[in-house]
Unconditional design. Structure first.
Ligand code: ZN
Length: 148
Protein backbone atom coordinates (compact mmCIF):
# COMPACT_ATOMS: atom_id res chain seq x y z
CA UNK A 1 0.00 0.00 0.00
CA UNK A 2 2.89 2.43 0.65
CA UNK A 3 3.90 2.53 -3.02
CA UNK A 4 0.33 3.16 -3.95
CA UNK A 5 0.08 5.84 -1.30
CA UNK A 6 3.12 7.61 -2.72
CA UNK A 7 1.62 7.51 -6.16
CA UNK A 8 -1.61 8.90 -4.76
CA UNK A 9 0.24 11.74 -3.06
CA UNK A 10 1.94 12.59 -6.34
CA UNK A 11 -1.39 12.73 -8.12
CA UNK A 12 -2.78 15.10 -5.49
CA UNK A 13 0.31 17.32 -5.56
CA UNK A 14 0.26 17.45 -9.34
CA UNK A 15 -3.36 18.61 -9.40
CA UNK A 16 -2.65 21.12 -6.65
CA UNK A 17 0.27 22.66 -8.54
CA UNK A 18 -1.44 22.60 -11.90
CA UNK A 19 -5.19 22.62 -11.36
CA UNK A 20 -7.15 21.49 -14.41
CA UNK A 21 -10.16 23.44 -15.63
CA UNK A 22 -9.31 26.33 -13.33
CA UNK A 23 -11.58 28.96 -14.82
CA UNK A 24 -15.17 30.15 -15.05
CA UNK A 25 -17.13 28.74 -17.97
CA UNK A 26 -18.62 31.53 -20.06
CA UNK A 27 -21.35 29.25 -21.35
CA UNK A 28 -22.18 27.57 -18.05
CA UNK A 29 -25.85 26.90 -17.37
CA UNK A 30 -25.39 25.66 -13.81
CA UNK A 31 -23.28 27.10 -11.05
CA UNK A 32 -22.82 27.07 -7.29
CA UNK A 33 -20.56 28.40 -4.57
CA UNK A 34 -19.05 26.46 -1.72
CA UNK A 35 -17.25 27.40 1.45
CA UNK A 36 -15.47 25.34 4.05
CA UNK A 37 -15.16 27.53 7.15
CA UNK A 38 -12.98 24.99 8.97
CA UNK A 39 -10.15 25.52 6.52
CA UNK A 40 -11.18 28.65 4.61
CA UNK A 41 -11.56 26.91 1.24
CA UNK A 42 -13.75 28.75 -1.23
CA UNK A 43 -14.91 27.42 -4.54
CA UNK A 44 -17.07 28.46 -7.46
CA UNK A 45 -18.17 25.61 -9.72
CA UNK A 46 -19.56 26.15 -13.21
CA UNK A 47 -21.07 23.41 -15.35
CA UNK A 48 -22.48 23.18 -18.83
CA UNK A 49 -25.07 20.42 -18.93
CA UNK A 50 -26.91 19.53 -22.12
CA UNK A 51 -29.33 16.66 -22.66
CA UNK A 52 -28.54 15.36 -19.19
CA UNK A 53 -24.81 15.13 -19.90
CA UNK A 54 -22.05 17.23 -18.34
CA UNK A 55 -20.36 18.71 -21.41
CA UNK A 56 -17.97 20.92 -19.50
CA UNK A 57 -16.97 21.56 -15.90
CA UNK A 58 -14.69 24.10 -14.29
CA UNK A 59 -13.89 25.62 -10.94
CA UNK A 60 -12.35 28.74 -9.54
CA UNK A 61 -11.45 29.63 -6.00
CA UNK A 62 -8.83 29.56 -3.33
CA UNK A 63 -8.21 26.72 -0.97
CA UNK A 64 -5.73 24.27 0.45
CA UNK A 65 -3.92 21.62 -1.59
CA UNK A 66 -6.52 18.95 -0.87
CA UNK A 67 -9.52 21.07 -1.84
CA UNK A 68 -7.85 22.35 -5.00
CA UNK A 69 -6.66 18.93 -6.12
CA UNK A 70 -10.05 17.42 -5.40
CA UNK A 71 -11.86 20.09 -7.42
CA UNK A 72 -9.39 19.72 -10.27
CA UNK A 73 -9.82 15.96 -10.47
CA UNK A 74 -13.57 16.26 -10.10
CA UNK A 75 -13.88 18.55 -13.14
CA UNK A 76 -11.85 16.07 -15.18
CA UNK A 77 -13.99 13.16 -14.08
CA UNK A 78 -17.32 14.87 -14.71
CA UNK A 79 -16.91 15.63 -18.38
CA UNK A 80 -18.98 13.29 -20.49
CA UNK A 81 -20.83 11.84 -17.51
CA UNK A 82 -24.59 11.93 -17.29
CA UNK A 83 -25.95 13.89 -14.35
CA UNK A 84 -27.01 10.57 -12.79
CA UNK A 85 -23.48 9.21 -13.12
CA UNK A 86 -22.14 12.42 -11.60
CA UNK A 87 -24.44 12.06 -8.59
CA UNK A 88 -23.45 8.41 -8.23
CA UNK A 89 -19.78 9.40 -8.31
CA UNK A 90 -20.46 11.96 -5.59
CA UNK A 91 -21.88 9.19 -3.40
CA UNK A 92 -18.99 6.83 -4.09
CA UNK A 93 -16.45 9.56 -3.37
CA UNK A 94 -18.25 10.53 -0.19
CA UNK A 95 -18.40 6.91 0.95
CA UNK A 96 -14.71 6.48 0.20
CA UNK A 97 -13.78 9.43 2.38
CA UNK A 98 -16.10 8.61 5.23
CA UNK A 99 -14.74 5.09 5.38
CA UNK A 100 -17.82 3.25 4.20
CA UNK A 101 -16.06 1.64 1.25
CA UNK A 102 -12.56 0.69 0.27
CA UNK A 103 -11.13 2.31 -2.82
CA UNK A 104 -12.00 0.63 -6.06
CA UNK A 105 -9.69 2.15 -8.67
CA UNK A 106 -11.76 0.58 -11.42
CA UNK A 107 -14.75 2.66 -10.45
CA UNK A 108 -13.08 5.70 -8.97
CA UNK A 109 -9.97 5.97 -11.13
CA UNK A 110 -7.64 8.68 -9.88
CA UNK A 111 -10.20 9.76 -7.30
CA UNK A 112 -9.10 6.77 -5.23
CA UNK A 113 -6.04 8.91 -4.45
CA UNK A 114 -8.09 10.61 -1.75
CA UNK A 115 -8.40 7.37 0.19
CA UNK A 116 -5.70 8.47 2.66
CA UNK A 117 -7.64 11.61 3.56
CA UNK A 118 -10.10 9.59 5.64
CA UNK A 119 -7.40 9.38 8.31
CA UNK A 120 -7.68 13.15 8.73
CA UNK A 121 -11.35 13.91 9.43
CA UNK A 122 -10.82 17.66 9.24
CA UNK A 123 -9.49 17.24 5.70
CA UNK A 124 -12.49 15.24 4.57
CA UNK A 125 -14.41 18.51 4.28
CA UNK A 126 -11.66 19.97 2.12
CA UNK A 127 -11.81 16.98 -0.21
CA UNK A 128 -15.59 16.87 -0.48
CA UNK A 129 -16.25 20.63 -0.76
CA UNK A 130 -16.05 20.68 -4.56
CA UNK A 131 -18.35 17.68 -4.75
CA UNK A 132 -20.99 19.15 -2.47
CA UNK A 133 -20.82 22.32 -4.55
CA UNK A 134 -21.14 20.38 -7.81
CA UNK A 135 -24.17 18.55 -6.40
CA UNK A 136 -25.80 21.87 -5.50
CA UNK A 137 -25.13 23.13 -9.03
CA UNK A 138 -26.72 20.03 -10.56
CA UNK A 139 -29.70 20.46 -8.28
CA UNK A 140 -29.85 24.07 -9.42
CA UNK A 141 -29.54 25.22 -5.84
CA UNK A 142 -27.71 28.54 -5.79
CA UNK A 143 -27.72 28.86 -2.02
CA UNK A 144 -24.03 28.85 -1.13
CA UNK A 145 -22.88 25.50 0.19
CA UNK A 146 -21.18 25.45 3.57
CA UNK A 147 -19.63 22.33 5.03
CA UNK A 148 -20.58 23.41 8.53
ZN1 ZN B 1 -8.93 22.84 3.00
Amino acid sequence: MSELRELYQQVILDHHKQPRNFKILDDANLKADGFNPLCGDRIHVTLRVEDGVVRDAAFKGAGCAISTASASMMTECLKGKTTEEAMKLFELFHDLLTGKTDPDPEVLGKLAAFYGVREFPVRVKCATLAWHTMKAALENDETPVATE
